[in-house]
Design a protein around this ligand. Structure first.
Ligand SMILES: OC[C@@H]1[C@@H](O)[C@H](O)[C@@H](O)c2[nH]c(CCc3ccccc3)c[n+]21
Length: 448
């Protein structure tokens, strides 16, 4: 009998984006600058000098983009809110025109039968708060709760699914340890403090929601399963460190109220003794957890690798995406199994999954042929189905991304979109993967 890949009735199918990557007009209508506005305009930080000044011009084209979502039959759309549009100084004065943009977007989605899924923070911290220490200032837990309350008040009731943070690991590792992302710091002393305050702020945002919220709130983590390059004790220990550093460092304080011991091992004296009371804030009941999966890492010990003493090992005879990520759908299944084992049967959503491959430009009205991206999607949806068959409480899937967009410091060249964007003309063109995904949604997976 052939395997059926039909998903459970009511499985939720969507697509995801984030504010700075698609909106453009970062300073329009009274918006304040974010750290990404500053970082993108700092020479040398962005591939090809690309910035989010225009991006996909979604700030003006959102109605047309909602029609693109409708054309695919999307049931949900995951977007993020630019904190500094709403609170130009990060706290205090509200910029009503900023709030109004998101209110209009939500109404447009609802009018088209698409469920809004709002992320409060997807990396674009208000610059004014960075000037006050940003994620290094413990007060940010209160600043974030103040911002969250403004948005709950404005949108709750219409927005039924909220996330506090997108991927605190990337903010910490990219923004504070290695410096490849805003705000571009390079300090193993700052990284743990930023990481901890991110989770304190997430906890404060969830606590604030419990006082006024009518629906669901959670948090979104990127997970990259780690596999040892050999059975040597060194490689196994290196893999354990890499796993704790990326996959447990943020979910543990949120869901277990503690840190894995490997973090003290990794950071040594740079790892602060956080007050026990902090975990009463970081650990809050969540209605769901969002997991972003792209790839796995095979890990070996390397005494010179700072600070993990662990490095990834490139794998032979396999496919890598344009962002250098191995196509490894077994890791998707393994991730769910690990998560349920460690944190229990928490409702899960895949809040991001996708791949960047080179897309050849097409003639007007054609469909961009992107077989590698379609293959990636098909393999990962089947792997996700296996996880559900194994009893994982998976409620939905958001493809990354609706549109080609600004891939942060990698610029516009790395294209993850279901729709191709010609950034010179802003023309959107469906890729073959978009057509395939529309069939997946229409048949609830039976077409796989
Ligand atoms: O890189 C593709 C997407 C980004 O465009 C999203 O904004 C971000 O949420 C996101 N996270 C990941 C996986 C974590 C990661 C990000 C950057 C570098 C390495 C790993 C991939 N992506």
């Amino acid at each position: 009998m052939t395997q059926s890949y039909r998903f459970p009735p009511g499985f939720h199918w969507g697509a995801a984006t984030s504010a700075y990557q698609i909106e453009g007009s970062p300073l329009a209508d009274g918006a304040g600058p974010s750290i990404w506005e500053r970082f993108a305009h700092t020479p040398g930080m962005m591939a090809n000098g690309d910035t989010g000044d225009i991006a996909c011009d979604h700030y003006h084209r959102y109605k047309d983009d909602v029609q693109l979502m409708r054309a695919l039959g999307l049931q949900g759309y995951r977007f993020s809110i630019a904190w500094s549009r709403v609170l130009p100084e990060g706290t205090g004065r509200i910029n009503q025109k900023g709030v109004d943009f998101y209110s209009r977007l939500v109404d447009e989605l609802l009018e088209n039968g698409i469920e809004p899924n709002a992320t409060l923070f997807h990396w674009d911290l208000p610059a004014a708060l960075d000037d006050r220490g940003g994620w290094l200032n413990r007060d940010i837990a209160h600043w974030f709760a103040e911002y969250a309350n403004v948005m709950y008040k404005a949108l709750d009731g219409r927005v039924k699914r909220w996330s506090t943070l997108n991927e605190p690991w990337v903010v910490t590792d990219g923004g504070y340890l290695h410096g490849a992302l805003a705000p571009g710091h390079r300090s193993k002393y700052e990284a743990p403090i930023a990481a901890h305050n991110l989770m304190r702020a997430s906890g404060a945002g969830i606590q604030a929601y419990r006082a006024v919220g009518k629906h669901e709130i959670g948090v979104v983590f990127n997970i990259e399963p780690k596999y040892p390059a050999s059975n040597s004790p060194e490689d196994i220990a290196a893999t354990r460190r890499a796993h704790a550093y990326m996959n447990e460092q943020f979910a543990d304080p949120a869901l277990l109220g503690s840190y894995p011991p490997e973090l003290k091992e990794i950071f040594g004296p740079a790892w602060p003794d956080f007050p026990e009371d902090d975990f009463k804030l970081t650990q809050q009941k969540v209605d769901f957890v969002g997991l972003n999966y792209y790839t796995r890492a095979v890990v070996k010990h390397d005494p010179n690798a700072y600070p993990l003493k662990a490095v990834p090992v490139k794998q032979p005879n396999t496919t890598y995406t344009e962002t250098g990520w191995e196509v490894y759908e077994q890791g998707f299944t393994d991730m769910f199994t690990w998560f349920k084992q460690r944190y229990g049967d928490i409702p899960l959503y895949v809040t991001e999954n996708g791949s960047a491959f080179y897309d050849a430009p097409v003639a007007e009205g054609d469909v961009v042929q992107d077989p590698l991206r379609t293959s990636y999607l098909r393999k990962h949806l089947k792997a996700m189905h296996h996880a559900i068959e194994q009893g994982v409480n998976l409620k939905g899937y958001y493809a990354w991304s609706l549109l080609d967009n600004l891939e942060w410091s990698l610029g516009f060249a790395k294209r993850f979109g279901l729709y191709h964007v010609d950034f010179a003309t802003q023309k959107r063109t469906p890729k073959a993967t978009a057509k395939f995904y529309a069939q997946v949604i229409e048949t609830n997976g039976a077409v796989l």
